[in-house]
Design a protein around this ligand. Structure first.
Ligand code: GUN
Length: 281
Protein backbone atom coordinates (compact mmCIF):
# COMPACT_ATOMS: atom_id res chain seq x y z
CA UNK A 1 0.00 0.00 0.00
CA UNK A 2 1.19 3.48 -0.85
CA UNK A 3 0.76 5.93 1.99
CA UNK A 4 0.08 9.20 0.20
CA UNK A 5 2.31 11.62 2.08
CA UNK A 6 0.42 14.89 1.72
CA UNK A 7 2.88 16.64 3.97
CA UNK A 8 5.79 15.74 1.70
CA UNK A 9 3.95 16.44 -1.56
CA UNK A 10 2.81 19.80 -0.16
CA UNK A 11 6.38 20.67 0.86
CA UNK A 12 7.55 19.88 -2.68
CA UNK A 13 4.78 22.01 -4.13
CA UNK A 14 5.63 24.91 -1.81
CA UNK A 15 9.27 24.69 -2.89
CA UNK A 16 8.21 24.92 -6.56
CA UNK A 17 5.99 27.87 -5.71
CA UNK A 18 8.76 29.60 -3.78
CA UNK A 19 10.98 29.44 -6.87
CA UNK A 20 8.15 30.70 -9.04
CA UNK A 21 7.62 33.71 -6.75
CA UNK A 22 11.32 34.59 -7.14
CA UNK A 23 10.96 34.41 -10.95
CA UNK A 24 7.78 36.49 -10.92
CA UNK A 25 9.48 39.10 -8.79
CA UNK A 26 12.28 39.39 -11.35
CA UNK A 27 9.84 39.49 -14.26
CA UNK A 28 7.25 41.92 -12.86
CA UNK A 29 9.11 43.60 -10.01
CA UNK A 30 6.11 42.62 -7.85
CA UNK A 31 5.20 39.68 -5.65
CA UNK A 32 1.75 38.06 -5.42
CA UNK A 33 -0.22 39.11 -2.33
CA UNK A 34 -2.76 37.12 -0.34
CA UNK A 35 -5.20 38.74 2.08
CA UNK A 36 -7.17 36.56 4.46
CA UNK A 37 -10.21 37.98 6.27
CA UNK A 38 -10.99 36.29 9.57
CA UNK A 39 -14.21 37.09 11.42
CA UNK A 40 -14.84 35.99 14.99
CA UNK A 41 -12.79 33.84 17.32
CA UNK A 42 -13.66 30.24 16.38
CA UNK A 43 -10.64 28.14 17.33
CA UNK A 44 -10.40 25.98 14.16
CA UNK A 45 -10.60 29.06 11.90
CA UNK A 46 -7.89 30.78 13.95
CA UNK A 47 -5.64 27.75 13.56
CA UNK A 48 -6.27 27.38 9.81
CA UNK A 49 -5.65 31.07 9.17
CA UNK A 50 -2.40 30.99 11.12
CA UNK A 51 -1.25 28.00 9.03
CA UNK A 52 -2.22 29.80 5.81
CA UNK A 53 -0.30 32.91 6.85
CA UNK A 54 2.79 30.91 7.80
CA UNK A 55 2.77 29.00 4.50
CA UNK A 56 2.28 32.20 2.48
CA UNK A 57 5.28 33.80 4.17
CA UNK A 58 7.34 30.67 3.63
CA UNK A 59 6.97 30.83 -0.17
CA UNK A 60 7.61 34.57 -0.20
CA UNK A 61 4.12 35.89 -0.85
CA UNK A 62 3.01 39.20 0.55
CA UNK A 63 0.49 38.12 3.16
CA UNK A 64 -1.91 39.91 5.40
CA UNK A 65 -4.66 38.85 7.80
CA UNK A 66 -7.51 41.22 8.54
CA UNK A 67 -9.33 40.31 11.75
CA UNK A 68 -12.83 41.39 12.79
CA UNK A 69 -14.81 40.58 15.92
CA UNK A 70 -17.77 38.23 15.43
CA UNK A 71 -20.11 41.20 15.88
CA UNK A 72 -18.77 43.13 12.85
CA UNK A 73 -21.43 44.51 10.50
CA UNK A 74 -21.83 42.89 7.12
CA UNK A 75 -21.37 46.23 5.40
CA UNK A 76 -17.97 46.74 7.01
CA UNK A 77 -16.81 43.43 5.59
CA UNK A 78 -18.25 44.08 2.11
CA UNK A 79 -16.67 47.55 2.02
CA UNK A 80 -13.32 46.05 2.99
CA UNK A 81 -13.62 43.48 0.18
CA UNK A 82 -14.36 46.31 -2.26
CA UNK A 83 -11.23 48.07 -1.10
CA UNK A 84 -9.16 44.87 -1.48
CA UNK A 85 -10.63 44.31 -4.96
CA UNK A 86 -9.29 47.69 -6.03
CA UNK A 87 -5.87 47.22 -4.44
CA UNK A 88 -3.45 46.17 -7.18
CA UNK A 89 -0.94 44.77 -4.69
CA UNK A 90 -3.44 42.10 -3.66
CA UNK A 91 -3.75 39.08 -5.98
CA UNK A 92 -5.96 36.88 -3.82
CA UNK A 93 -8.68 37.40 -1.21
CA UNK A 94 -9.96 34.68 1.10
CA UNK A 95 -12.70 35.13 3.66
CA UNK A 96 -12.42 32.28 6.14
CA UNK A 97 -15.63 30.29 6.59
CA UNK A 98 -17.85 29.71 8.47
CA UNK A 99 -19.19 33.23 9.01
CA UNK A 100 -21.37 34.53 11.85
CA UNK A 101 -25.09 34.03 11.08
CA UNK A 102 -25.84 37.72 10.47
CA UNK A 103 -23.40 37.85 7.56
CA UNK A 104 -24.65 36.57 4.21
CA UNK A 105 -22.04 34.09 3.00
CA UNK A 106 -23.13 34.19 -0.63
CA UNK A 107 -23.06 37.99 -0.68
CA UNK A 108 -19.51 37.91 0.67
CA UNK A 109 -18.41 35.33 -1.90
CA UNK A 110 -19.98 37.26 -4.78
CA UNK A 111 -18.37 40.54 -3.70
CA UNK A 112 -14.87 39.15 -4.18
CA UNK A 113 -13.69 39.76 -7.76
CA UNK A 114 -13.65 36.39 -9.57
CA UNK A 115 -10.04 37.10 -10.56
CA UNK A 116 -9.04 37.40 -6.90
CA UNK A 117 -11.19 34.54 -5.64
CA UNK A 118 -8.49 32.13 -4.47
CA UNK A 119 -11.13 29.81 -2.98
CA UNK A 120 -12.85 29.29 -6.33
CA UNK A 121 -16.24 29.84 -4.64
CA UNK A 122 -17.50 32.71 -6.83
CA UNK A 123 -20.32 31.57 -9.18
CA UNK A 124 -18.19 32.72 -12.13
CA UNK A 125 -15.39 30.35 -11.12
CA UNK A 126 -17.82 27.54 -10.29
CA UNK A 127 -19.40 27.96 -13.74
CA UNK A 128 -16.06 28.15 -15.53
CA UNK A 129 -14.85 25.00 -13.80
CA UNK A 130 -17.97 23.07 -14.73
CA UNK A 131 -17.76 24.35 -18.33
CA UNK A 132 -14.12 23.29 -18.55
CA UNK A 133 -12.77 26.83 -18.80
CA UNK A 134 -9.90 28.38 -16.88
CA UNK A 135 -10.92 29.17 -13.30
CA UNK A 136 -9.78 29.20 -9.71
CA UNK A 137 -10.40 25.71 -8.32
CA UNK A 138 -11.31 25.20 -4.63
CA UNK A 139 -8.14 24.37 -2.72
CA UNK A 140 -9.16 21.10 -1.05
CA UNK A 141 -10.34 19.26 -4.18
CA UNK A 142 -7.38 20.69 -6.11
CA UNK A 143 -5.05 19.23 -3.48
CA UNK A 144 -6.84 15.86 -3.65
CA UNK A 145 -6.63 15.93 -7.44
CA UNK A 146 -2.86 16.57 -7.43
CA UNK A 147 -2.32 13.66 -5.03
CA UNK A 148 -4.45 11.31 -7.16
CA UNK A 149 -2.51 12.34 -10.27
CA UNK A 150 0.76 11.57 -8.49
CA UNK A 151 -0.39 7.99 -7.93
CA UNK A 152 -2.14 7.54 -11.28
CA UNK A 153 -1.29 10.03 -14.04
CA UNK A 154 -3.77 8.49 -16.50
CA UNK A 155 -7.25 8.60 -15.00
CA UNK A 156 -9.15 8.11 -18.25
CA UNK A 157 -12.00 5.64 -17.86
CA UNK A 158 -11.52 5.18 -14.12
CA UNK A 159 -14.57 4.98 -11.91
CA UNK A 160 -14.52 7.68 -9.25
CA UNK A 161 -16.95 7.92 -6.34
CA UNK A 162 -17.34 11.12 -4.32
CA UNK A 163 -18.85 10.67 -0.88
CA UNK A 164 -20.46 14.04 -0.14
CA UNK A 165 -21.83 16.65 -2.53
CA UNK A 166 -20.65 19.89 -0.96
CA UNK A 167 -19.71 22.99 -2.94
CA UNK A 168 -16.45 22.96 -1.02
CA UNK A 169 -15.41 19.50 -2.08
CA UNK A 170 -17.67 16.87 -3.64
CA UNK A 171 -18.97 18.91 -6.56
CA UNK A 172 -15.70 20.59 -7.64
CA UNK A 173 -13.84 17.29 -7.12
CA UNK A 174 -16.30 15.60 -9.46
CA UNK A 175 -15.66 18.31 -12.08
CA UNK A 176 -11.89 17.86 -11.90
CA UNK A 177 -12.16 14.10 -12.33
CA UNK A 178 -14.71 14.44 -15.10
CA UNK A 179 -12.21 16.62 -16.97
CA UNK A 180 -9.78 13.69 -16.66
CA UNK A 181 -12.35 11.43 -18.32
CA UNK A 182 -13.29 9.55 -15.17
CA UNK A 183 -16.79 8.15 -14.82
CA UNK A 184 -17.94 10.04 -11.76
CA UNK A 185 -20.61 9.23 -9.20
CA UNK A 186 -21.52 11.76 -6.53
CA UNK A 187 -23.10 10.09 -3.51
CA UNK A 188 -24.80 11.75 -0.55
CA UNK A 189 -26.96 11.08 2.49
CA UNK A 190 -29.90 9.83 0.38
CA UNK A 191 -27.82 7.41 -1.69
CA UNK A 192 -29.47 3.97 -1.49
CA UNK A 193 -26.45 1.69 -1.20
CA UNK A 194 -23.24 3.60 -0.53
CA UNK A 195 -21.19 0.49 0.08
CA UNK A 196 -22.17 -0.92 -3.34
CA UNK A 197 -21.25 2.37 -5.03
CA UNK A 198 -17.86 2.42 -3.29
CA UNK A 199 -17.15 -1.18 -4.26
CA UNK A 200 -17.30 -0.12 -7.92
CA UNK A 201 -14.74 2.66 -7.46
CA UNK A 202 -11.15 2.89 -8.65
CA UNK A 203 -10.98 6.19 -6.78
CA UNK A 204 -12.89 7.13 -3.62
CA UNK A 205 -12.90 10.66 -2.23
CA UNK A 206 -14.60 10.75 1.18
CA UNK A 207 -15.71 14.17 2.42
CA UNK A 208 -18.78 13.77 4.64
CA UNK A 209 -17.59 14.24 8.19
CA UNK A 210 -18.61 10.79 9.47
CA UNK A 211 -15.77 9.19 11.47
CA UNK A 212 -14.40 6.02 9.82
CA UNK A 213 -17.43 5.56 7.57
CA UNK A 214 -15.54 3.81 4.77
CA UNK A 215 -14.66 0.26 5.81
CA UNK A 216 -12.28 -2.28 4.27
CA UNK A 217 -15.13 -4.28 2.73
CA UNK A 218 -16.34 -1.12 0.89
CA UNK A 219 -13.07 -0.76 -0.98
CA UNK A 220 -12.01 -2.59 -4.13
CA UNK A 221 -8.53 -4.03 -4.07
CA UNK A 222 -6.16 -1.48 -5.61
CA UNK A 223 -8.47 1.52 -5.24
CA UNK A 224 -7.02 4.96 -4.50
CA UNK A 225 -8.69 6.36 -1.38
CA UNK A 226 -8.57 10.05 -0.44
CA UNK A 227 -9.78 10.96 3.03
CA UNK A 228 -10.92 14.59 3.40
CA UNK A 229 -12.55 14.04 6.80
CA UNK A 230 -11.34 15.67 10.00
CA UNK A 231 -13.45 14.31 12.87
CA UNK A 232 -12.90 14.85 16.56
CA UNK A 233 -13.56 11.59 18.43
CA UNK A 234 -12.68 10.05 21.80
CA UNK A 235 -9.62 8.46 20.24
CA UNK A 236 -8.47 11.73 18.69
CA UNK A 237 -8.75 13.14 15.19
CA UNK A 238 -9.87 10.54 12.63
CA UNK A 239 -10.90 10.77 8.99
CA UNK A 240 -13.96 9.50 7.11
CA UNK A 241 -12.04 6.30 6.29
CA UNK A 242 -11.24 3.47 8.72
CA UNK A 243 -7.53 3.88 8.09
CA UNK A 244 -6.08 0.70 9.64
CA UNK A 245 -8.39 -1.74 7.86
CA UNK A 246 -8.64 0.13 4.54
CA UNK A 247 -4.83 0.36 4.36
CA UNK A 248 -4.85 -3.44 4.02
CA UNK A 249 -6.87 -3.41 0.78
CA UNK A 250 -6.32 -0.06 -0.93
CA UNK A 251 -3.59 0.62 -3.45
CA UNK A 252 -3.01 4.09 -1.99
CA UNK A 253 -4.50 5.98 0.94
CA UNK A 254 -4.09 9.41 2.54
CA UNK A 255 -3.54 9.60 6.31
CA UNK A 256 -5.42 11.97 8.63
CA UNK A 257 -3.71 14.20 9.58
CA UNK A 258 -0.88 14.65 7.09
CA UNK A 259 -2.83 13.93 3.90
CA UNK A 260 -5.28 16.39 2.42
CA UNK A 261 -4.75 19.21 4.97
CA UNK A 262 -1.25 20.32 3.99
CA UNK A 263 -2.19 20.07 0.30
CA UNK A 264 -5.18 22.39 0.80
CA UNK A 265 -2.91 25.10 2.15
CA UNK A 266 -0.27 24.63 -0.55
CA UNK A 267 -3.01 24.88 -3.19
CA UNK A 268 -4.19 28.18 -1.72
CA UNK A 269 -0.71 29.55 -2.37
CA UNK A 270 -0.79 28.04 -5.85
CA UNK A 271 -4.14 29.71 -6.54
CA UNK A 272 -2.81 33.07 -5.32
CA UNK A 273 0.11 32.82 -7.75
CA UNK A 274 -2.25 31.75 -10.58
CA UNK A 275 -4.47 34.80 -9.90
CA UNK A 276 -1.38 37.03 -9.98
CA UNK A 277 -0.25 35.55 -13.31
CA UNK A 278 -3.70 35.84 -14.88
CA UNK A 279 -3.85 39.50 -13.81
CA UNK A 280 -0.59 40.10 -15.70
CA UNK A 281 -1.84 38.49 -18.94
N1 GUN B 1 -13.22 26.97 5.99
C1 GUN B 1 -12.90 25.66 5.89
N2 GUN B 1 -12.35 25.39 4.69
C2 GUN B 1 -12.31 26.56 4.02
C3 GUN B 1 -11.84 26.93 2.72
O1 GUN B 1 -11.35 26.12 1.92
N3 GUN B 1 -11.96 28.25 2.40
C4 GUN B 1 -12.50 29.16 3.24
N4 GUN B 1 -12.59 30.40 2.83
N5 GUN B 1 -12.95 28.84 4.45
C5 GUN B 1 -12.85 27.55 4.83
Amino acid sequence: MILIDGKKIAAELREELRKEVVELKVKHNKIPGLTVVLIGDMAPSQIYVRMKEKAANEVGLKSEVIRYPGTVEEKTVLDKIDELNKDESISGILVQLPLPKHIDKQKVIETILPGKDVDGFHPMNVGNLSSGYESSVPCTPLGCYLMIKKIEPNLSGKKAVMIGRSNLNGKPMAQLLLKENCTVTITHSKTKDLKAECLEADIIVAAVGIPELVKADWVKKDAIVIDVGINKTEKGIVGDVAFDEVSKVARALTPVPGGVGPMTIACLLKNTIECFKRSKN
